[in-house]
Ligand binder design. Structure first.
Ligand SMILES: [Cu+2]
Length: 320
C-alpha cells in the first residue's frame, strides 16, 4: 500500500530532477524510454537502442522460457530423476558459444555504423567551443567573435536558496533555465568543441543525442544538426558530478531559423565588439581600438553575470 502510494511520487521526483522539460511535457510510458530527439543522429541512436532492446527481449524470452519450462516439466513431484552421469556435450557447448557470437556480431554492425556517424565531424558549418565551469557554460562562436557565459537563471537561483520563501513550483522550468541560452540555427551541422576549465563536466542535450565530457586539458568534439522544421528551446544538464552546484548548471539551446540566427549573431557580434572597444578607447583615445576575439576566460556578455574567471577563482578558494 505504502509502496503503491510512493511509487508515482518517486517517479515524478526522479523525472523532475533528471529529465529535461521536453520529457516532462510527455507522459505515460514514453517517460520511461529515451527521447527520440530532433536530429537525424538522435533518431538513429533511438532506433539502435530499440533494436538492441528487442534483441535482448527475444533472448530473455528464449532463455527464461526454456528455464521455466524445464523447472516445471522436470519437477521432483512428477517423478523426475536427476541425471547424475551428466558429462559435457561438445556439440551443445559449440552451439551455445557460436550462437551468442553471431548475435553479438549482428548487434555490433549497426552499432559501429551509428558510432562512426556520431564521430564524423567533417563538413560542419558552424563551430562553437563549449567550456564547462563550476558552475556554468561558456560558449565561444569560433571565427564569429561572439563569446558569452550561460548560467542558471536568476529566478531558479533565488528559489533554490535555503529559506528563500519562493515556491519552486511557481518558477517556470525550475533549475532547467539559463540566462543566456546557446543560440544555433536549424538545419546546420554544428560542431561543438567541448572542454572543461576546472573539473570534469559533461555537456548533455538529450534531444540532440549529444553527451560529451568536458575535460580540462582535452578538447572533445561532437556535432548535431537540428531538423529544419524543429526550431525551439531544448534543455539539458551537466551530466558529470562536478561539485557542490552540479545540479544547478543547466543547458538551454535556442534553435532558430537561419535568418533569425544570422540576425542574432550580427547583433551580438556588434554588441561585443563595442563592449571590447569601449575600455580600449578610454585608455588610448588616439589609438585605433584593437579588437580581438574574446578569450574564454574573459568577461561574459553581461557584466552583471559572474565571469568564468571569477567563478574559477571562487572555485579555487572554495577548494583550498
Ligand atoms: Cu556537473
Amino acid at each position: 500500500m505504502i509502496r503503491a502510494k510512493l511509487a508515482p511520487r518517486a517517479l515524478a521526483a526522479a523525472v523532475a530532477a533528471g529529465c529535461p522539460a521536453a520529457a516532462l511535457a510527455e507522459s505515460g510510458w514514453s517517460q520511461l524510454n529515451m527521447p527520440v530527439g530532433v536530429t537525424d543522429i538522435s533518431r538513429k541512436i533511438y532506433d539502435l537502442h530499440m533494436t538492441i532492446f528487442w534483441v535482448c527481449v527475444a533472448i530473455a524470452v528464449v532463455v527464461f522460457g526454456a528455464m521455466i519450462w524445464s523447472i516445471f516439466a522436470y519437477r521432483k513431484s512428477k517423478g523426475a530423476i536427476p541425471d547424475a552421469t551428466l558429462v559435457h556435450n561438445t556439440k551443445v557447448e559449440f552451439i551455445w558459444t557460436v550462437v551468442p557470437v553471431f548475435i553479438l556480431i549482428a548487434m555490433a554492425v549497426p552499432a559501429a555504423r551509428v558510432l562512426v556517424e556520431i564521430e564524423d565531424t567533417t563538413k560542419t558549418e558552424l563551430a562553437i567551443k563549449v567550456t564547462g565551469f563550476q558552475w556554468g557554460w561558456n560558449y565561444d562562436y569560433l571565427d564569429q567573435g561572439v563569446s558569452y557565459y550561460s548560467r542558471l537563471d536568476r529566478k531558479s537561483d533565488a528559489a533554490r536558496e535555503l529559506l528563500s520563501g519562493v515556491d519552486p513550483n511557481t518558477v517556470p522550468h525550475y533549475l532547467l533555465n539559463v540566462d543566456h541560452p546557446l543560440v544555433v540555427p536549424v538545419d546546420t551541422k554544428v560542431r561543438v568543441l567541448i572542454t572543461g576549465a576546472d573539473v570534469i563536466h559533461s555537456w548533455w542535450v538529450p534531444a540532440f543525442g549529444v553527451k560529451k565530457d568536458a575535460i580540462p586539458g582535452f578538447v572533445n568534439e561532437a556535432w548535431f544538426k537540428v531538423d529544419a522544421d524543429k526550431p525551439g528551446l531544448y534543455r539539458g544538464q551537466c551530466a558529470e558530478l562536478c561539485g557542490r552546484d552540479h545540479g544547478f548548471m543547466p543547458i538551454v539551446v535556442d534553435v532558430r531559423s537561419k535568418a533569425d540566427f544570422a540576425a542574432w549573431l550580427k547583433e551580438k557580434a556588434a554588441e561585443q565588439k563595442q563592449a571590447a572597444a569601449a575600455p580600449a578607447q578610454r585608455r588610448a583615445p588616439a589609438a585605433a581600438p584593437a579588437v580581438s576575439p574574446p578569450d574564454p576566460g574573459a568577461a561574459p556578455a553581461s557584466p552583471a553575470e559572474s565571469t568564468p574567471a571569477v567563478v574559477a577563482s571562487a572555485a579555487r578558494s572554495t577548494a583550498s
